[in-house]
Design a binder for this molecule. Structure first.
Ligand SMILES: [Zn+2]
Length: 118
């Protein structure tokens, strides 16, 4: 990847690229948040001990908008990969299994649009 414009700007570029090449049915927002586990537990009304696995990212729908939340305290590459992973969820109907066949196909599409070779 070409990082000449800086890492956050490059993440923004990847996000725009996903928007253009891998259309989803609602408008989207991507938020980079510190301590995603705590934020999500609060949103879901769970105690801070209820999720042992550290979340890197998550996505959800609120009214007619899709949101992707990504942990801020991570390196560029893992943020980029998390963005692609979560975007594949937005491309996939919410009533099919997480990380199933349909999601995997969409993940491939999203991955190729971001990590295309020249
Ligand atoms: Zn997932």
């Amino acid at each position: 990847m070409d990082l000449r414009y800086g890492k956050q700007r490059h993440l923004d570029y990847l996000y725009r690229r996903l928007q253009q090449t891998c259309k989803v049915k609602s408008r989207t927002s991507v938020c980079y948040v510190e301590n995603l586990n705590r934020v999500m537990n609060k949103m879901l009304g769970k105690s801070s001990k209820s999720k042992k696995v550290k979340r890197l990212g998550c996505c959800f729908r609120d009214y007619n908008r899709f949101y992707i939340y990504i942990e801020k305290n991570m390196g560029f590459e893992i943020k980029a990969q998390t963005l692609v992973h979560e975007w594949a969820h937005l491309m996939t109907p919410f009533n099919v299994p997480d990380h199933g066949r349909k999601w995997a196909e969409n993940y491939c599409k999203a991955y190729r649009s971001v990590y295309r070779t020249k």
